[in-house]
Design a protein around this ligand. Structure first.
Ligand SMILES: Nc1nc2c(ncn2[C@@H]2O[C@H](COP(=O)(O)OP(=O)(O)OP(=O)(O)O)[C@@H](O)[C@H]2O)c(=O)[nH]1
Length: 470
């Protein structure tokens, strides 16, 4: 009953995301990925599952009428009325005592008076029915888990709008990894044709696995597993692939974790970092869609103050997901913006604040310093913020991604990964090497540019797709 209650908390807040006409500011957004195409498929779907263990025993609603309302599914439409629309007045941010609050070493150029919050049109609640029960505002649990959100059936498009069948996320993953898994399969095939498993074949296989970016540790793990059971025997490519998939899954299993948000922090701050073009802003949009669809109040902060298109892109996602966006003028101090955004989110009672950052190469020391400053400054507001530091990794990247994680983790405290673009001509093997080395949770994979194309990371599916096992 308690689980049902919590599920209802996160389903009655669901809103249909309306198509919002996007105004193009003059000039700057011409190079934006065609927003209308990019955001053509907009329906945000169910977002949150709350594991039973996170539900306190006393999670029963305290108000008697409330219990009745949740148990009576016919009464749910009425509850929809009770959700306060997140409407933020479009006012300039009041001057904040930033300078007093920040140590002298962190010279924050607060974008006071420049940062704006985009008001968000909220879809109208469903029409009330007769005999509306007493309004009830359901309490939110202190911890939520973000997991699979979009069922394939929920993203179906009318036949007329989509003449070709849209591939499922797993088909896109397989397709994306097909080329590298095929190359791997060909190489394995050429090693084991009419050859028994011996020292030479094991060495050749190890080389092939390392070339596929899987990393030395995993390569040795795979050859070790083969050697232990099949040494001196004939072995087929399929058998090698199957053992490879099993060993890769053992590496990935421990890092395939759902993203958990600690809502006792209000807002729970998610800082999104990574190298240029790795999919930070797109991932933020997709994640915001999951969270808002789950009934959470989300605020976005356009901390990529370098690119006008990035700010505009985040505003588009804000409109699509119903999340207000805090932004500032181009070139403003990103740490100051993050600081002000936290205050705005606090004042607005947001559950989650997601902060975008400018893409930066990990070897650009001054840019990495700026990132460290954003992290420090957020800690002035809430010593534990940012609570989640997500790094996006482009799946078409090879060995360099290992170095990216190393440096972003050290400087920004990355504590979770998202691998994007697995639907393209992805390599993907590097995620195995990164997982073996850093053991950071991998929360999601990006398998497309649409709002629903963010999938919880599943070790078994990924391992099979890399190894080319059905
Ligand atoms: N195919 C595919 N494209 C993606 C995915 N994620 C992001 N993209 C595309 O990759 C490009 C870059 O994405 P952004 O979200 O702008 O990347 P970013 O990291 O914010 O970029 P910078 O701000 O320049 O660092 C855009 O064209 C996105 O549509 C994905 O999972 N699959």
């Amino acid at each position: 009953m308690a689980l049902g209650f919590i599920k209802k908390i996160f389903s009655f807040g669901k809103k249909e995301v309306e198509e919002v006409p996007v105004e193009k500011p003059s000039g700057e957004v011409d190079q934006l990925p065609t927003a209308e195409q990019l955001y053509e498929d907009t329906t945000a779907q169910e977002a949150l599952n709350v594991p039973a263990e996170t539900i306190p025993a006393e999670a029963e609603p305290v108000v008697e009428e409330q219990t009745v309302a949740f148990e009576d599914t016919a009464a749910e439409p009425e509850l929809l009325q009770d959700i306060e629309p997140v409407i933020v007045e479009q006012t300039a941010i009041e001057p904040s005592p930033v300078d007093e609050l920040i140590e002298a070493t962190d010279e924050i150029e607060s974008p006071m008076g420049e940062a704006t919050i985009e008001p968000v049109p909220i879809p109208a609640p469903e029409a009330p029915v007769a005999e509306t029960p007493e309004p009830v505002v359901a309490p939110k649990p202190s911890k939520v888990t973000v997991s699979r959100t979009v069922e394939e059936k929920q993203v179906e498009q009318p036949a007329i709008a989509e003449p070709e069948r849209r591939l499922s996320w797993f088909e896109r993953l397989r397709k994306g990894l097909f080329r590298s898994s095929q190359q791997l399969g060909d190489s394995i095939g050429s090693i084991f044709t009419r050859r028994k498993l011996d020292e030479d074949t094991l060495q050749d296989l190890e080389d092939v696995l390392i070339q596929a970016d899987l990393g030395m540790e995993t390569a040795i793990r795979i050859t070790g597993a083969l050697s232990a059971t099949r040494y001196g025997k004939d072995i087929s490519t399929e058998e090698v692939r199957t053992i490879m998939a099993a060993e890769i899954e053992k590496v990935l299993g421990p890092v395939a974790k759902p993203l958990e948000l600690d809502l006792s922090h209000k807002p729970h701050v998610i800082l999104v970092v990574g190298v240029n073009g790795t999919g930070k802003t797109t991932t933020i949009g997709k994640l915001a869609a999951k969270l808002t669809a789950g009934g959470l109040n989300v605020m976005l902060a356009a901390g990529d103050t370098f690119r006008a298109a990035a700010i505009e892109q985040l505003h588009i996602w804000g409109k699509r997901t119903g999340a207000p966006v805090v932004s500032s003028k181009l070139g403003a101090d990103a740490a100051g913006l993050a600081f002000d955004a936290w205050k705005q989110a606090k004042e607005a009672g947001s559950d989650v604040l997601i902060i975008d950052t400018a893409g930066r190469l990990q070897n650009r020391a001054e840019l990495m310093d700026e990132l460290a400053k954003i992290v420090r400054v957020l800690g002035k507001n809430d010593p534990e913020a940012p609570h989640t530091v997500l790094q996006t990794l482009d799946a078409t990247t090879g060995q360099n991604a290992l170095n990216q994680v190393e440096i972003f983790k050290n400087i920004a405290g990355v504590n979770g990964l998202v691998m994007t673009k697995l639907d393209g001509t992805a390599r993907g093997g590097i995620l195995v090497a990164i997982s073996a080395k850093h053991k950071l949770p991998v929360y999601f994979i990006g398998v497309g540019e649409q709002v629903e194309d963010l999938e919880p990371f599943a070790a078994s599916d990924f391992a099979k797709a890399i190894a080319g096992v059905a």
